[in-house]
Design a protein around this ligand. Structure first.
Ligand code: ZN
Length: 138
């Protein structure tokens, strides 16, 4: 088995900014001429999340409202006492969604559904510069 390691750089607005990273992952697969394997995208940061969703404006608002209902930014979290931080909600939102996805590569392409994209969600309370790790196992 061989591994390609690459990175995607993102500038986010924070506050559950949802960014489609599908084409960047596919570009790494295509550049490596990989026909069959597994692509893993991982967020090395505890307030960033990666999942799949249909990337369209309505669902971007829905996921924002859904997370705010479950884990509101204005809540009182123990994390704030630990570090005098303000982003306890961001950590919990990211933990609930999870930090990574794995997608099978078939015939040189991510085997996503027609209306399914890989997205990075920045749950933190402020704009951030992010780096997503992409590994291709083949
Ligand atoms: Zn924190």
């Amino acid at each position: 088995m061989a591994v390609i390691t690459d990175y995607i750089s993102l500038s986010t607005k924070g506050r559950r900014d949802v960014i489609d990273i599908t084409s960047q992952i596919q570009d790494i697969i295509s550049a490596g001429k990989i026909k069959s394997g597994i692509a893993v995208a991982f967020s090395p940061g505890s307030t960033g999340a990666i999942t799949t969703i249909e990337y369209e404006p309505g669902l971007k608002k829905d996921i924002d409202q859904f997370l705010e209902r479950l884990i509101p930014y204005g809540g009182n979290y123990h994390h704030h006492n630990t570090w005098q931080d303000d982003n306890g909600a961001a950590h919990l939102q990211a933990a609930m969604i999870g930090p990574s996805v794995s997608v099978p590569i078939i015939d040189g392409a991510l085997s996503l559904g027609t209306w399914q994209q890989v997205v990075f969600i920045d749950c933190d309370t402020r704009p951030r510069t992010r780096k997503v790790i992409v590994q291709i196992l083949y």
